[in-house]
Design a protein around this ligand. Structure first.
Ligand code: SAH
Length: 457
């Protein structure tokens, strides 16, 4: 067996030297790394080793010998334990610096671009209760329906009612919906046995409109008194304009199944974003922090320097938030998105807002971009807003082939962003500047906008 400098259950004193990208304190013993929850750089802590792995280990704090000036009192340990708010022990100012550094490190280490300026993270004035969406597992605890969140790296539920980062009206609605379901004798899902009925309660609330959608994710299609329950939910929470049953029969961590049934009202909610109205269906993506999403998009539009003659591509377009927001400032918008329901929303959103110069297609961005290139579409600006895995190399190839002046990359993962910027650079497109915008206060998630321009040579 390999010799490690620490053993399981060993107790020792260490100094925290760094914060991992997931917000865990890091201490080095010889060259071996220990990851420690609720520990900040500079703190000296007595720890107990929990786990010794091949490359690194985990430990927990037994006692703080000294604490960081950046530490804030976090009354609720559950927020750290569940990973709902894993940075809530760090002052908000320090969180913003942490995020800027995350981007800088990735640009330096992965992209090899230490020279690209990363601007200070734009934060929120009130960095709590910002989420417009909640996805809450339901389990049985002490014979009753319970809502809360899983302990990190496990599926043990911790009952929670104040989620701290969610819209408070959503927190209240979760409790009310749970009580109504309890009254009707609805059974919670049991994950281990793959039995029971109600898996998740998902709630979305329009930041401006206050329209609420409640999605009940169930293991089986047959929902005894489903419509009556939905009516009662609307009666007791008048903001609810849509109650949907989503059926997920699989043994899976994926929340939504394929099938859905409208139990009450509409199949969507509407909200406003940058003065336009957007319809959002249950399977469609919508940024969870509306206030900051507006700043994110404004930054992206500012970087794009749009002109009335511009042809614009909105890739990974969701319900069309980016493209439709700029349609009246440009010649034409072409959008592509892989989820059909989201594209249906985008088309209706164009209509609702009286936009006639936008074309939205269902498809994989990498395929449709290649097709557009073949059809000789010549965009001036390409907006990309991919999921965490970043862009497909084929997308980058097709995008640079149509030679846009500028590409504006909205990223939710600095590591894949850095990887992609390297590919763009190899194809003659240079990253000019990066603006992180904090869409996820109290968590380690980092969102940023990058301006990428074609080199003139
Ligand atoms: N721009 C939108 C959505 C961004 S989220 C907004 O700001 O709201 C990323 C979107 O990319 C999701 O809607 C997801 O469904 C979509 N997506 C994921 N992989 C894709 C692919 N290969 N091609 C096209 N769209 C994809």
């Amino acid at each position: 067996m390999k010799d490690y400098p620490v053993k399981k259950n060993q107790e020792l004193t260490v100094t925290i030297t760094d914060l991992s990208h997931e917000g865990m304190g890091i201490a080095k013993v010889d060259h071996y790394l220990l990851f420690i929850e609720n520990a900040l750089p500079g703190e000296v802590v007595d720890i107990k080793v929990l786990k010794v792995g091949n490359k690194f280990g985990f430990a927990k704090v037994m006692k703080y010998q000294s604490t960081s000036p950046d530490r804030v009192k976090n009354a609720n340990e559950d927020l750290l334990r569940t990973g709902i708010a894993p940075l809530s022990h760090l002052s908000y100012e320090a969180q913003l610096v942490f995020k800027q550094k995350q981007v800088e490190n990735n640009l330096k280490k992965i992209a090899g671009m230490p020279e690209v300026p990363v601007l200070p993270t734009i934060g929120m004035a009130k960095p709590d209760h910002y989420r417009n969406k909640a996805q809450i597992p339901v389990r049985k605890i002490d014979g009753k329906l319970a809502t809360g969140f899983y302990r990190k790296n496990s599926h043990d539920m911790i009952a929670i009612e104040d989620f701290y980062i969610q819209d408070e009206a959503i927190d209240e609605a979760i409790v009310k919906v749970r009580e109504i379901l309890e009254r009707f004798g609805v059974k919670a899902y049991n994950e281990t046995a793959h039995e029971g009925f109600l898996r998740h309660i998902v709630i979305r609330r329009g930041h401006y409109s206050h329209e609420m959608m409640v999605v009940l994710v169930t293991r089986k299609a047959k929902f005894f008194k489903g419509e009556t329950i939905a009516e009662v939910i609307h009666e007791e929470i008048p903001e609810v304009v849509s109650v949907i049953q989503n059926i997920n029969e699989e043994r899976t961590n994926v929340i939504f199944g394929e099938k859905e049934v409208v139990l009450y009202g509409k199949s969507y909610i509407e909200d406003q974003l940058l003065g336009k109205t957007f319809r959002i269906s249950a399977p469609s993506f919508y940024q969870v922090n509306t206030e900051q999403a507006e700043i994110l998009y404004e930054t992206a539009f500012d970087f794009a320097q749009l002109k009335k003659t511009d042809v614009v591509i909105d890739a990974y377009s969701g319900i069309g938030t980016i493209g439709l927001s700029v349609a009246d400032r440009v010649d034409h918008v072409y959008g592509v998105e892989s989820i059909p329901e989201a594209v249906a929303d985008a088309k209706i959103n164009a209509e609702i807002n009286g936009i006639e110069n936008a074309t939205y297609l269902v498809g994989k961005a990498e395929k449709v971009m290649t097709q557009w290139a073949r059809e000789d579409l010549k965009p001036d600006i390409i907006f990309v807003d991919p999921p965490r895995k970043g862009l497909d190399a084929r997308f980058i190839e097709a995008a640079v082939n149509v030679a846009p002046d500028r590409i504006v990359y909205v990223s939710c993962n600095p590591a894949t962003l850095a990887r992609d910027l390297k590919l763009f650079a190899a194809a003659g497109y240079q990253a000019e500047k990066v603006q992180p915008v904090d869409l996820f206060p109290q968590t380690y998630h980092v969102e940023c906008v990058v301006l990428i321009t074609r080199k003139n040579d």
